[in-house]
Design a protein around this ligand. Structure first.
Ligand code: KG4
Ligand code: ZN
Length: 359
């Protein structure tokens, strides 16, 4: 395959990156050209294995990664009609995530890098989610415009809810984060209260379709004066209603509860993100992470015309390796390579604590 420059990113060198992601319960590999054009992406989920535990069981997860990683990487190369000789660098999720799961991906990436003499690039999973918004399928007629800086990035996943201002590639100012449950965690916990399966986000979205979002007026924690989020009060409010129905031995109005809960989450996310975008004079907004797959979230952000909004394709919202390859490309282009003694960082924040500002 020719290394043409059709998908080149302005002023960065052309490169094809193999990304590997094993931070939680997905084993994934992908090849991305120039940080944007998706040549292949393979994701195998362990959801069925963990569903009976109601969450991810760490040891089961790492051992499953060991079983699947070789096949997943091979498939990603095959899908792109490539061999490792066509790859310029190996990017792998270094953290945050489950230590045992991260170790499988990082060691596999080290093996490939050593064998092929390729640079190794450790990627922060949260940075990966943000960069998923740069990725588009290689066969599109017209590549979509890349997000423009300064950019307000809302990251809403199972483990994190963060607002960050991006001034340039890999350059962030932390504005706020959740004080308790992450947005996805709130979906998962409320789903459990409503007797819905894990993962809760898709289950709540489905139940909410036929529900009335105004049936229950759940609290919206706006935390005025800060860019932080809090979802635990909302979860407790749902619990209170569930208990009331149980005490009266009445059937739980699951659809109305799901729709009302979802509406409260969307309301808070949209309101705070737009407030921050105005205050910091962001040019555009980016929404990423598992919860950005939520239809109500996507509609709420996309239906306004105050700011251009970038949201990844549905398949790139939840964990995948294309986002790791994309973020890895920009690290590679900026010379941020790692050595073969790189350790995993299970609690790695996107920004060091001292880099965090206040509202
Ligand atoms: O980004 P992700 O795949 O993994 C983490 O890095 O955490 O996010 C997973 C989270 C889960 O909490 C899941 O319930 C939530 O994203 N999620 C959704 C939807 N799809 C996944 N939440 C709301 N609506 C969805 N459609
Ligand atoms: Zn994730």
């Amino acid at each position: 395959m020719d290394k043409d420059n059709r998908h080149a990113t302005t002023s960065f060198p052309p490169a094809r990156i193999l990304g590997i992601e094993t931070s939680c319960d997905e084993t994934a590999a992908a090849i991305v050209e120039n940080g944007r054009a998706l040549l292949s992406s393979v994701v195998t989920s362990q959801i069925d294995l963990h569903a009976k535990y109601g969450g991810v069981f760490p040891e089961v997860a790492s051992r499953q990664h060991i079983l699947t990683i070789y096949g997943v990487v091979e498939q990603a190369l095959q899908q792109a009609h490539m061999s490792l000789k066509d790859i310029d660098a190996i990017a792998v999720t270094r953290g945050p995530g489950l230590a045992g799961s991260l170790v499988v991906g990082v060691n596999y990436a080290k093996g490939l890098a050593l064998a092929e003499g390729l640079p190794l690039i450790g990627v922060n999973h949260l940075e990966g989610h943000i960069y998923s918004a740069w990725v588009y399928p290689v066969d599109v007629v017209e590549p979509p415009p890349a997000p423009r800086f300064p950019l307000l990035a809302l990251l809403i996943s199972g483990g994190h809810s963060e607002l960050n201002l991006m001034y340039d590639h890999l350059t962030y100012e932390h504005l706020g984060a959740t004080l308790d449950d992450a947005a996805g965690e709130a979906f998962d916990k409320v789903a459990r209260l409503l007797g819905l399966p894990y993962p809760g986000g898709p289950a709540i979205q489905k139940a909410a379709i036929n529900g009335n979002p105004h049936a229950f007026n759940f609290p919206r924690a706006r935390l005025e004066g800060s860019w932080n989020f809090s979802f635990s009060g909302l979860k407790t409010a749902v619990l209170r209603v569930v208990r009331q129905f149980e005490a009266k031995k009445q059937e739980l109005p699951v659809e109305d509860l799901a729709a009302s809960f979802q509406a409260a989450v969307v309301d808070v996310l949209v309101t705070k993100t737009f407030q921050a975008a105005r205050k910091y004079k962001a040019k555009e907004i980016l929404v990423a992470g598992g919860v950005s797959a939520n239809r109500a979230v996507r509609t709420a952000f996309l239906e306004q015309n105050e700011f251009p909004v970038h949201i990844p394709a549905l398949s790139l919202c939840t964990d995948n390796a294309a986002m790791i390859a994309a973020a890895g490309y920009f690290r590679y282009a900026l010379g941020k390579h790692d050595s073969l003694d790189m350790d995993v960082l299970p609690t790695w924040p996107l920004l060091p604590i001292e880099g965090r500002g206040s509202a």
